[in-house]
Design a protein around this ligand. Structure first.
Ligand SMILES: O=P(O)(O)OC[C@H]1O[C@H](OP(=O)(O)OP(=O)(O)O)[C@H](O)[C@@H]1O
Ligand SMILES: O=c1[nH]c(=O)c2nc[nH]c2[nH]1
Ligand SMILES: [Mg+2]
Length: 175
């Protein structure tokens, strides 16, 4: 409708930016495994795709877990949150390893934001341990182990979504 303000994306609403480099992400994943090592051992890692794939690989390597499964969920179209869609569920084999309830399984994602994605996977595996690298306050209660909390109005920029680019100086005309 004419005159109506365009709907802001979750990223635009966030306001603050938290860019994460590959180095930083690797360090944060390693820090996460230090904590998880106190909780395990785990029979398998379940990565929430796609964001959970990178931390799942690092965590599984550090913890010596070789069984990795995925639960494929789509919600954000770039930065707009829509209805959750389960594109692929947890495999029968991984379900069996977790005794049907997820006991001894480790769910890994890059972050929890509103908690919508995490809540859906927790329902599938109520007894699993849920770990994320980053957590925002709304999703935090769902997570068993995480490394860094950022405010709800922060958008995290992951290294696989970004590239180096020119950044103008803070003061006008200083370029
Ligand atoms: O707590 P929530 O508000 O549900 O948001 C968190 C989820 O959003 C992102 O995934 P996304 O749906 O963008 O898909 P992707 O992992 O394929 O990028 C992120 O990787 C988490 O899985
Ligand atoms: O790259 C991302 N950064 C975020 O902060 C976020 N929250 C939900 N989904 C997200 N994706
Ligand atoms: Mg995701």
């Amino acid at each position: 409708m004419a005159g109506e303000a365009p709907e802001l994306s979750a990223q635009e609403r966030a306001g603050r930016a938290f860019p994460v480099s590959w180095d930083q992400f690797h360090r944060d994943c390693r820090a996460l495994t230090w904590r998880l090592n106190e909780v395990g051992p785990f029979h398998a890692v379940i990565a929430i795709t796609r964001g959970g794939l990178v931390p799942a690989a690092i965590v599984a390597r550090e913890l010596g877990v070789r069984v990795i499964d995925t639960v494929c969920i789509a919600s954000y179209d770039h930065d707009k949150q829509g209805e959750l869609q389960v594109l692929k569920g947890i495999s029968e084999q991984a379900m069996k390893l977790g005794g049907g309830t997820g006991k001894g399984l480790l769910i890994v994602d890059d972050l929890v934001d509103t908690g919508k994605t995490g809540r859906m996977v927790r329902k599938m595996l109520p007894d699993a341990h849920f770990a994320t690298v980053y957590a925002k306050p709304m999703g935090r209660p769902l997570v068993d182990t995480f490394i860094t909390e950022v405010s709800q109005d922060t958008w995290i920029f992951f290294p696989w979504d970004t590239a180096l680019s020119y950044h103008p100086p803070l003061r006008d005309g200083a370029a």
